[in-house]
Each structure stands twice: as C-alpha cells, then as structure tokens.
Design a protein around this ligand. Structure first.
Ligand code: HEM
Length: 448
C-alpha cells in the first residue's frame, strides 16, 4: 500500500517537475528571446497590470528592456508572449499581416467586443467590414460631417460655460458618443428612455485586464455592460426592421439593406458586433486624447498661444468671421495636427498591438515559435515608428475621424473660450490610460 502511494507521489512530482521545466523553458527550434516566463500559469500578468502614473515607457517594459534588450519573452494571462519594442520588428509585423502574423487579441477582448468583431476577423470578411467602416468614417463622409462636428462643439462648449465646472473627460465623451450614435443608429440620448453610453463605462480598464468574471472586477463590469448594450442595439435594429425608412439615413438602414441582399456575407451578429466596436472606439479613445490635449495646453502656455494664433488667423482670413469651418481651412491647421499627433503619441491609448505568429519566424537571431502571441510596443514614436494609430493593413480606420473631432473642438475652444483647472487631471495607466479623478475645469467665454 505504502509503496503504491510512494510511486504515485514520485510520478506526480516527476510530471509536475517536467511541466514546470517546460513552462520555464518553452520548446523552440532556435534561440528564443531572453526573458522570464514568471510564475506557472500566472506568468508575469500581475507585473504587467501593475498601476503606474508615468507618461514614459511602462515600467514593466522599461525594466525588462534594460535587463533583456528590446525583444523579450514573457507570459501574460496564461499565454507565451514576445514583447517587441524593436522598431524594425514592429514594422515587419505590420507588413506581414495575414502572412507571418495575424491580428489576435487576448480573450478578454473577444469576450467584450464579440467573437466576430472587426479586429478578430480576417480575409474576405475583414475587407468587407473595413470598406463599410471606411464609407462611414472616410474623408468623403468627414467632409460632410464637418459642420455637424463644429455645431456639436459650439453647442456643448456654450452649455458647459454656463456651469461652474465640467469634467472634460466625461463631457467630451458624451459629446462624441452622441454624435457617433446619431450617425450610426440615429440614437438621441436626450430622447431615449435608456442610457446607452452608461453600458460602456469601465471599458478601457476591462479590455486589457485580468479575466476574472466576478462582481467587483473591471472585467465583470465590462461584460455586464456589453450584455446590456447588445440587447439595446438588437432591439433598436429589430424596431427599424419593423418600421423601415424610405431614405437610407444611418448605418442601421445600410445594414438592413445589406442583410436583405441574397448574396450578402453580412450577418446580424457581425453587424451588431461592428456597431458595438465602433460606438465604443469612437468616443472612448478620442475623449481621452482630447482631455489630455486640454491638460497639455493648460500646462504649456506657449503651445496654447501658438495654437490660438493658428485658429484666430483662420477666422481673420474669412470674409464672414461667423461662417463655418471649411474643409480647406481644416486641412490648413498645420500646428494643430502636430499638436494632435504629439498628444496622441503621449496618450498611448492603445498600449500594445497584439498579433499571433502563424508560422515560426526568425528575426535578428531570435526564433519566435508558431502560435506565440506578440505585443508590439512603441517606445519612441518617431516618424516611421509612430504607432499610436497602428500601421500596415490594420491601420486605425478612425484616425481621420479622431483628427476632425479633435481639431474642430480645439478650434472652437481656443477661439472663443478660456478655462481654469479646478481639480483632477492626474493620469493613471493600468496599462490603458485613465483619468481616475477626471479633469474638472471651469470654462468661460473670452472677452470680445
Ligand atoms: C485617439 C484615438 C484612437 C487611437 C489612438 C486608435 C488606435 C488604434 C490602433 C493602434 C489600431 C490598430 C490595432 C491593431 O493593429 O491591432 C486601431 C484600429 C482600429 N480602430 Fe482606432 N484608434 C482611435 C480612434 C478610433 C475611432 C474614432 C474609431 C472609430 C470610428 C476607431 C476604430 C478602429 C477600428 C474599427 C480598428 C480596427 C481596424 C482593423 O482591424 O483593421 N479608432 N485603432
């Protein structure tokens, strides 16, 4: 009896030792990048999610770069991952999309954004969806949208200037959400009995978080929010199906038309996932960037001065100073675009680009095994390496939309208003950017 138990014990120890050995020394037909796989199963997940307040390279990455160099291995949420801060490898990854690498995001992402979200689709279906999105947020649409964006900025700034304080993060998020939701699904937050935006709260925290679905975690909040928002979107689409419009006026109409076509590849589930991603991506990212922009202007008066001069000059050049912004005026905002790019770079809203290695890949003497995840991180943001909006085939489809929103809002802000910081404005990264206490300011009209 004793000897059987002893044998089982020895066998168990051997299996565990072997498993641990393989965990710390993953199989590879070459030289793996240096680095540590951390604790069994947990890997270095907790180090990765550790909160930090720096605007520099995340401490998790910086410490390992110093120890191992620009390319290192680790393990996050149960997966082996290569982290690349090497500009050449990151460029190579973008160029090889669909060949050696494929867009891949952690399970937290797919659970929250839906298994058929645009970031997880490949090949024909991906191209089809991308075209649909470009139709909505591409330059031609944006040209038409310019007066609407200006109107939204003016009306909201006027409203905010009548209050003692506003939280820039929350207020700009609401403004952009209202605009996008109107365009996509004709949703009007003031007329609707349910608050759609509420369901998107805590998203940035939950997206790249520890996937623990229990009450109290950011991940849990996100999943609950998704459920609620998807139910609302589904009901709205159904309602539209029952009461179709004569003239196509929003994205819902477009989707319904597509779904009715015999040869369509679109399904209702894919359309709803896309709607959900677009609603989220459009307001959360841009409002973070805008809040940081207002904070930077507050902290750098010379930048504010140059920005104001550029926008006042636009108005001075006009025959009628009250006429709205034109597309060529928008295109002429040289300094504004530099300021926006720099803000978005420092904001680092998408802290890493995730891919999966489709085939074993050799790079700079290292071998990356097939199936491993790669996280590309931008550490210097210079020209070719500027990755804030991604790169290659999957370059952010909302880039121009973000720039229009930001530039037009800044135009209205600096030409007509001044503001005073009241409280908040502190930055937290987990590793996504957050303003834990918001950024509260008092906005008031400039003396004419
Ligand atoms: C400051 C604002 C924004 C930043 C920093 C940002 C960043 C990014 C990045 C880095 C990617 C590439 C992800 C990858 O390669 O895996 C991306 C993709 C994407 N973005 Fe944005 N984005 C912003 C605004 C927006 C907006 C306003 C929209 C919607 C209108 C949007 C929709 C998307 C979509 C749908 C994709 C997936 C594209 C694809 O897989 O081909 N983004 N974004």
């Amino acid at each position: 009896m004793f000897s059987v138990a002893f044998c089982i014990g020895v066998l168990l120890i051997m299996v565990i030792t072997n498993w641990l050995y393989n965990w710390w020394n993953p199989k590879c037909n070459g030289v793996l990048p240096p680095g540590s796989m951390g604790w069994p199963l947990l890997g270095e997940t907790f180090h990765f999610f550790a909160r930090n307040t720096s605007s520099d390279i995340p401490p998790f990455v910086k410490n390992r770069m110093q120890r191992y160099g620009p390319i290192f291995k680790t393990s996050l949420v149960g997966r082996p991952v290569i982290v690349s801060t090497d500009a050449d490898l990151n460029y190579f990854i973008f160029q090889q999309e669909g060949q050696l690498f494929q867009s891949w995001y952690p399970d937290t992402f797919t659970e929250i954004f839906g298994k058929q979200n645009v970031g997880s689709l490949h090949g024909f279906m991906y191209k089809y969806l991308k075209n649909m999105v470009l139709n909505l947020f591409g330059p031609e649409s944006l040209k038409k949208m310019l007066p609407e964006v200006e109107q939204a900025s003016s009306v909201n700034l006027k409203r905010w200037s009548n209050r003692t304080t506003i939280d820039v993060k929350d207020a700009t998020a609401q403004m952009i959400f209202d605009l996008t939701a109107k365009k996509l699904i004709s949703y009007d937050s003031e007329k609707s009995p349910e608050n759609l935006r509420e369901s998107f709260v805590a998203f940035i925290q939950g997206l790249i978080s520890f996937p623990l679905d229990i009450p109290g975690t950011a991940y849990h909040k996100c999943l609950q929010g998704r459920k609620k928002a998807m139910k609302m979107l589904k009901n709205m689409l159904q309602e539209r199906r029952e009461n179709p419009r004569k003239i196509r006026s929003d994205f819902f109409d477009y989707v319904l038309e597509e779904l009715q076509r015999k040869d369509t590849v679109l399904t209702e589930a894919i359309a709803l996932d896309l709607m959900f991603v677009l609603l989220f991506a459009s307001f959360e990212t841009t409002s973070l960037a805008l809040t940081l922009a207002v904070k930077f202007l507050q902290e750098h008066p010379l930048v504010l001065k140059e920005l104001t001069e550029e926008h006042e000059a636009i108005i001075k050049r006009r025959e009628n100073p009250d006429s709205g912004l034109t597309w060529s005026e928008y295109k002429s905002m040289k300094f504004t675009f530099q300021f926006i790019n720099e803000t978005v770079r420092l904001a680092n809203i998408v802290p890493g680009i995730f891919r999966k290695t489709l085939r074993e890949t050799k790079f700079k003497g290292y071998t990356i095994p097939a199936g491993w995840a790669i996280m590309g991180i931008d550490t210097n943001g210079a020209s070719r390496n500027f990755m804030a909006f991604g790169g290659g085939m999957r370059f952010c489809v909302g880039t121009d939309f973000t720039k229009v929103q930001m530039a037009v809002f800044l135009h209205s802000l600096v030409t007509k208003y001044k503001w005073k910081a009241i409280k908040g404005g502190d930055i937290l990264r987990t590793p996504g950017l957050q303003f834990p206490n918001g950024f509260h300011v008092h906005i008031f009209e400039k003396d004419k």
